[in-house]
Design a protein around this ligand. Structure first.
Ligand code: PMP
Length: 356
């Protein structure tokens, strides 16, 4: 009997699908989203613009007006910007144009699982370095691996999901100078860290930076991300992006959000950073819990109780966190994102009960 599954690449069949537990709860801190909704003023202005737009017409072939606004927003050039249907799409696009059988991709784990997933689907090999025991980047080991193996692509998530560590600027410059391949910095959470590597794009033609509207920009539902790179590189990556990848609704809302960022969204980001520090101190004061210092809007916490038990005990109290105990190095950890002050109160109260 012909088995259609035999036509699927063996390495794909061995892969476990990237998935998320379907649980839901009143306090949802499992996906590193902004705990506040998109501000009403951005919603109303976006809806006003959408009302006069013809829905029968395709979106822009290339969303040039969004690229222009993004370029101005981050301080880069519009011909080096690609907007995508979430930054996931752009991770996929850039790996599609760089990865094939025999190509080597360097990642530092634990990190965002999609890098390994897509590399494997495309037939490439992941070289994986562990983080240091304090869950920060081991720049020395990255540099050594560059010398020894010359990976085709290096992907560094900064701040890193799930550990919250950042790559230091001087270390990154050394990496950019020694690498013979592409260096991708996934800055999905940069707004919470107070730093970005975007200025390095001016001097380093092998740097690619990824940003998203799903976290600080409070627009995860709309699926908007963007890639920044030298125009020559952006042109090549653009060949793997589908036409009309960004729908007109998301494009319009993204443009409006940028225009109103300073007044409407930045204050929310500042509140999240302040809440992160407060939540960290609260959790640190609970015996049996050790939060790991973080520059993002989430943290991993080392737990004296099995993290899967903590997960289910919190779920009973209507709080949904992320079970990361299956990630390398994180068997004793869980991850939670920073909520509103009220949500963070409920979280610390529940953790105090569980660890009493
Ligand atoms: N990069 C990192 C590090 C992430 O954590 C996420 C979302 N969890 C993404 C990229 C993808 O974000 P999106 O596709 O929503 O832009």
């Amino acid at each position: 009997m012909f088995d259609p599954l035999r036509t699927i690449k063996a390495r794909v069949r061995e892969l476990k699908a990237y998935s998320l537990s379907p649980d839901s709860a009143r306090v949802k801190v499992n996906q590193n989203e902004n705990p506040w909704d998109m501000p009403e003023r951005v919603k109303q202005e976006s809806l006003r613009r959408l009302e006069t737009r013809e829905w029968s017409r395709y979106p822009d072939f290339i969303p040039a007006s969004l690229h222009e606004r993004l370029a101005q927003f981050v301080g880069w050039r519009a011909d080096g910007v690609i907007a995508g249907n979430g930054s996931n799409e752009l991770i996929q696009a850039l790996l599609m144009v760089a990865v094939a059988e025999g190509k080597r991709i360097l990642i530092c784990e634990p990190t965002f699982a999609l890098y390994r997933q897509i590399t494997t689907v495309l037939g490439g090999d992941c070289l994986s370095l562990p983080l240091k025991s304090d869950l920060t980047y081991d720049a020395g080991a990255i540099l050594k691996t560059i010398e020894a193996s010359q990976p085709d692509v290096i992907i560094i998530c900064s701040p890193n999901n799930p550990t919250g560590c950042v790559i230091e600027r001087d270390d990154l410059i050394r990496i950019l100078e020694r690498a013979r391949g592409l260096v991708v910095i996934d800055e999905a959470y940069f707004e919470f860290s107070g730093q970005t590597v975007v200025p390095l794009l001016h001097e380093h033609k092998n740097l690619i930076v990824l940003h998203t509207f799903s976290k600080a920009m409070a627009a995860a539902a709309l699926r908007v991300g963007y890639l920044l790179a030298a125009p020559e590189l952006a042109r090549e990556i653009g060949k793997a992006v589908l036409p009309y990848n960004l729908n007109a609704i998301s494009q319009t809302i993204a443009e409006t959000a940028i225009e109103l960022y300073e007044d409407e969204l930045k204050p929310l980001v500042e509140k999240i950073i302040a809440e992160r520090e407060r939540l960290f101190a609260e959790i640190q004061s609970i015996e049996g819990l050790e939060p790991v210092p973080t520059r993002a809007n989430f943290m991993v916490v080392r737990s004296a109780i099995d993290p899967r038990t903590v997960f289910s005990e919190l779920l009973k109290r209507d709080i949904l966190i992320r079970d990361v105990s299956g990630y390398p190095m994180l068997r004793d950890y869980f991850r939670l994102s920073v909520g509103t002050p009220e949500e963070n109160e409920l979280i610390t109260k529940a953790l105090r009960e569980i660890f009493a």
